[in-house]
Design a protein around this ligand. Structure first.
Ligand code: IDP
Ligand code: MG
Length: 156
């Protein structure tokens, strides 16, 4: 099982899209194990986006991400990182396929609604930036046995 960091960016919160985006992750069968609203500080945004430092869009990205509250989620499931990235769609709303979150809800390149970790290493690092120890929950879902085929002893 993987856990990934998802951020519903300021545009998603301001546009009232949180519920619909959360529902997509729940509908998919992924488990939400952490969730909180926060306003990201400049320091935290700089750490989170350190790999983009120096790029032409970096300053705008940090201003955007710190401009208004976001919803931060920890989402767990088999292949949760890749599954979530597929659900998000391509980076630019104008290029993202219909059926994806970015493809269905936006057209902008920078205001693209959602962040998702892109690798297990990034997920671990980013979860550590946004959630303190103990804030990510460990719990068995009652319906888990109908989300995954457990007949072989492990989730399929
Ligand atoms: P990702 O969010 O799909 O992983 P990254 O390339 O990691 O995309 O870029 C991080 C964020 O920076 C994007 O989600 C988007 O908000 C912003 N961004 C990336 N490239 C551009 C650009 O060329 N113009 C404006 N904003 C950009
Ligand atoms: Mg990225």
């Amino acid at each position: 099982m993987e856990t990934t960091l998802i951020i519903l960016k300021p545009d998603a919160v301001q546009r009232g899209l949180m519920g619909r985006v959360i529902s997509r992750f729940e509908d998919k069968g992924l488990q939400i194990v952490g969730m909180k609203m926060m306003t990201i500080s400049k320091e935290l945004a700089a750490k989170h986006y350190e790999s983009h430092h120096g790029k032409p869009f970096y300053n705008g990205l940090v201003s955007f991400m710190t401009s208004s509250p976001v919803l931060v989620m920890a989402i767990r499931g088999m292949g949760a990182i890749t599954v979530s990235r597929k659900m998000m769609g391509a980076t630019f709303g104008s290029k993202a396929e219909p059926g994806t979150i970015r493809g269905d809800f936006g057209v902008s390149s920078s205001f693209n609604l959602i962040h998702g970790s892109d690798s297990p290493e990034a997920a671990e690092r980013e979860l550590g930036l946004f959630f303190a120890k103990g804030e990510v929950q460990e719990f068995k879902r009652a319906g888990e046995v109908w989300v995954y085929d457990m007949s072989g002893g492990k989730p399929e």
